[in-house]
Design a protein around this ligand. Structure first.
Ligand code: SF4
Length: 62
């Protein structure tokens, strides 16, 4: 499955990092970094992250 985050919308709140720490992270400067392609076993976590995002910046494809 593929993940995309609209970085024009993302406010670096980090809720997705708490929901799916193996997929999303905040770098040393506090900016969001993420893995754009993840194994399907992470689907539940990623869906939880997408729902947790307060600005709906996360899109899941596939
Ligand atoms: S929860 Fe949403 S706004 Fe916050 S860092 Fe993740 S993608 Fe960005």
């Amino acid at each position: 499955m593929k993940i995309s985050v609209d970085m024009n919308v993302c406010q670096n709140y980090g809720q997705c990092v708490f929901a799916a720490p193996e997929v999303f992270d905040l770098d040393d400067a506090g900016g969001l970094v993420y893995r754009p392609t993840v194994d399907d076993t992470a689907r539940g976590e990623v869906e939880a992250a997408a729902m947790a995002c307060p600005v709906q910046a996360i899109t899941i494809e596939g």
